[in-house]
Design a protein around this ligand. Sequence first.
Ligand code: 5AD
Ligand code: SF4
Length: 482
Amino acid sequence: MIDNRTEVDVEMQEAPEEEPARQRFFIKKCRELLQKREQELGRKLTFHDQTFGCQMNFKDSEKLNGILEEIGYVPVNSEDADFVYYNTCTVRENANVRVYGRLGTLKTYKKKNPDMVIAMCGCMMQEEEEVQKVKEVYKFVDVVFGTHNIFKLAELLYQCLSTKRRVFDIWEKTDLIIEDLPSDRKLKFKAGVNIMFGCNNFCSYCIVPYVRGRERSRKPEDIVAEVECLAKEGVVEIMLLGQNVNSYGKTLEHPITFAELLRRVEQVDGIERIRFMTSHPKDLSEELISVMAASKKVCRHLHLPVQSGSSRLLEKMNRKYTKEQYLELVGKLREAMPDLSLTTDIIVGFPGETEEDFQETLDMVRKARYDSAFTFIYSKRSGTPAAEMEEQIPEDVVHDRFDRLLKVVGEVAKERNARLKGKTELVLVEGPDEKDDTMMTGRLSNNNVVHFKADASVIGKIVPVVLEEAKGFYYLGRLSNG
Ligand code: 5AD
Ligand code: SF4
């Protein structure tokens, strides 16, 4: 019998079924192809990533970069590279617009370099109409995958390189969590750690539950093992990442609370600071407040998105708390941790928002006394319940409210951010100041930024700094001798 399977088919069949062994197999296969090509070209092959959106996407890009580096690609700081990927965001309309705006420039690079492979992934690629658009209009994009199968990069790339065909692989959902694949880190001393994926909240304006799928928690043993490994590599600060960390652990075979996870992570030697993101007010427990308050490692910063100060709108947003309940929670947090910095997210112009609703939001900012706030203009996302709501707010009204909100946020933040002036605080030094390289930049436990004179030897260390001047959103300081 004649075997007319192609070489690629044979290799696909030889690949182990189980993960991560399967991906390790394809990493090796890609590496072989790359080495061959490097010899022909007489140079190394390069990659570049363009990442949009939230911390989860940046974390995903670290994983993708880890795989690419293991394959043998060398990172470069230019889109004129042999492999370029866009990790996209779709939470607001303008995020999509920016992606398509940039994509055109890649086409010109590809004309010069026929070897170039262009990939797109992330939240936008979980939307069918966006994938269709890429398929039909952006024909120079070679590989497309979604949020659920980023671990498959090596396999998809191998398919593309060996068949010279476009590869589209988008999963509608998953309950897989693949451990033990490579990951790259931008900073040696600071790392993000996924603790859960997806979101079950379905806030009525938000596309995330549709593109990131249902809530899945990683096992606490796997998280602690990763943190121990990071500590051994010299990491001192970790950020625990999830769309709604306060509901961590509920879907585990042996459920544990987020507060319990924090207790376990805190015991890892070498880790000095623990941050987490994002908290949903409806799930923030008293147990968590007491673990935070008692901890020397959990940072004095909480990001607690409020979205609106109007109980009427909060109900339409499906947030499951009222203005009063939110403020009561803030009261408890401040009582337990008087030095806590509180930050938030606010949406302006949600369908049906009246001037009275908006005034409630301004009142919320003043009462909760936020250290800073990310403010967003409501963006209609098709497929979400809010997109179907009547009374979408006219643009001029929204812009006027947005400007007034920024002013109040700025006033409150300025007052709050002056409160540590004159004090000496511990600072994790992140690197040279972008504008003046005789200065270093670091962060306080409460996430405030400080610039101060020092040399590069303090980078990655936690040092005491006197906060001499408060400059609104940052401090100017000096290294303390004592
Ligand atoms: N329009 C505007 N802002 C939004 N966010 C989420 N969805 C939308 C939307 N459709 C904001 C919320 C959330 C943050 C990550 O993005 O404030 O907390
Ligand atoms: Fe979106 Fe709400 Fe889930 Fe946050 S909690 S990701 S705003 S649905």
